[in-house]
Design a protein around this ligand. Structure first.
Ligand SMILES: Nc1nc2c(c(=O)[nH]1)N[C@H]1C(S)=C(S)[C@@H](COP(=O)(O)OP(=O)(O)OC[C@H]3O[C@@H](n4cnc5c(N)ncnc54)[C@H](O)[C@@H]3O)O[C@H]1N2
Ligand code: MOO
Length: 392
């Protein structure tokens, strides 16, 4: 059995970046740019008013402060007409300045009467309240370099520049195979012997939190034929295959033989950790396959510890897992030999492990905000001992 650090290392070693793909902006949220983006236009494309007010050529104020209002320009108007020296135009925020106009006064700094505007701003300077052409970015300039994470702001920025598609490291298409004939859907009438299916809910929600929405969910019967058939189909279409359950040593655990039948090359099976000891990881060509041990808390714990960094590697995203080191608020005791991941809470500068750590339970996970990593060799950690916790 390998250690947690060896397992993490092996996952990182085996997973390759997905091939960059041209993606519509709407699909590219949370991706990393795979190529520089150059501005296709000057932005703003034409000088714009930054305020609601009156625009004129500054020289018109030379020996007068009152100007006749010759036209009105709203945001969206083409505004190609010449205003004429010595006159003003009523203008609104974002409107394109007519060609012979260079200055705008805020309407609060004016008085109007009988079709004329009186400019009361003695400190007004030429070009005031104007957004010049190309002042955000000039045509042909580097807007965002390759490697930039497409945050909401970055996506909005690209949209502002008129860019509709970008080359990104794509999000993986995930196949999620939930195994077990004991599973019944929540909301259905309880059947003796069955349990409500939970793993697809945790995994799909956790994937969505990372921006991964393309998930094909398969419910798989406990048979080698069914598991093999669905796995082989999943491997054809998906970039990443996740299975829950069926990876232990029970007579109905068919995930391992199905990986063999599908030609998946095993990288490891079983990690010195609790929960999630029977974790499986293999590669089918370039496609990672994770067999997540079926107990609901084991599934999610392994997802956070191994699948999140794996998706990070596929997508070139490095900052998906956030780790803190803080003192324990209470002592922890365990047998040495396995790394423990405890559901816990980071609060007020300390880490508190919660009750209900058994892997068939999710009640503590539901209230936790971190997994506390208690090292393999540790036996007793006193209150105040520094420990690492993975936030989620
Ligand atoms: N003799 C041994 N038995 C077990 C061992 C072992 O080493 N020797 N390891 C235990 C550990 S640790 C885990 S974790 C589980 C993992 O088993 P599987 O991956 O084969 O998972 P299943 O047996 O299919 O299910 C385990 C448990 O989880 C429930 N489950 C499964 N899928 C779902 C789901 N989608 N939603 C809700 N609950 C689910 C299932 O009903 C079982 O109770 O093996 C231990 N046994
Ligand atoms: O991981 Mo098992 O996950 O210890 O129940």
């Amino acid at each position: 059995m390998i250690s947690v650090s060896e397992a993490r290392e092996l996952v990182q070693q085996h997973i390759k970046l997905l091939t960059p793909r041209l993606s519509a902006l709407q699909e590219a949220a949370a991706c990393i740019l795979a190529a520089d983006v150059v501005a296709p236009y000057d932005i703003p494309m034409w000088a714009q008013s930054a305020v609601d007010g009156y625009a004129f050529a500054f020289e018109s104020l030379h020996n007068q402060s009152e100007l006749p209002i010759s036209q009105v320009v709203a945001a969206g108007d083409g505004a190609t007409e010449i205003v004429g020296s010595g006159t003003a135009v009523r203008i609104f925020t974002g409107a394109a300045l007519p060609p012979d106009v260079d200055t705008v006064v805020m309407q609060e700094q004016t008085t109007t009467s009988a079709g004329k505007v009186q400019v009361n701003d003695s400190s007004l300077s030429p070009g005031a309240n104007v957004r010049p052409i190309g002042s955000e970015i000039g045509k042909g300039a580097l807007a965002l370099p390759a490697g930039t994470p497409l945050t909401p702001a970055a996506l909005g920025y690209l949209a502002m520049l008129g860019v509709a598609e970008v080359l990104v490291y794509p999000k993986p298409l995930v196949a999620l195979l939930v195994t077990g004939k004991e599973l019944q859907a929540p909301g259905t009438e309880p059947v003796r012997g069955k349990v409500f299916e939970a793993n697809s809910f945790t995994i799909i929600a956790a994937l969505e939190q990372m921006g991964v929405k393309d998930v094909h969910l398969f419910k798989v019967d406990d048979s080698l034929e069914a598991t093999t058939a669905v796995m082989s189909q999943a491997l054809q279409n998906a970039d990443l295959v996740l299975l829950t359950g069926g990876i232990s040593v029970g007579d109905y655990d068919y995930v391992l033989p199905a990986t063999v039948a599908c030609g998946v090359r095993q990288v490891f099976h079983k990690v010195k950790q609790k929960p999630g000891k029977p974790l499986y990881f293999g590669m089918a060509g370039d496609k990672p396959v994770f067999g997540l041990p079926g107990n609901p808390a084991s599934v999610l714990s392994c997802f956070y510890q191994y699948v999140v960094p794996a998706i990070g590697k596929l997508m070139q995203r490095s900052n998906l897992s956030r780790k803190v080191q803080l003192p324990l608020s209470a002592p922890v005791q365990k047998k040495p030999g396995l790394t423990h991941f405890l559901k816990g809470r980071v609060e007020n500068g300390t880490i508190t492990p919660l009750q209900a750590q058994e892997s068939y339970r999710l009640s503590s996970f539901a209230l936790a905000n971190c997994l506390v990593e208690i090292p393999e060799e540790a036996a007793v950690l006193e209150a105040g001992s520094p420990v690492e916790a993975w936030l989620f």
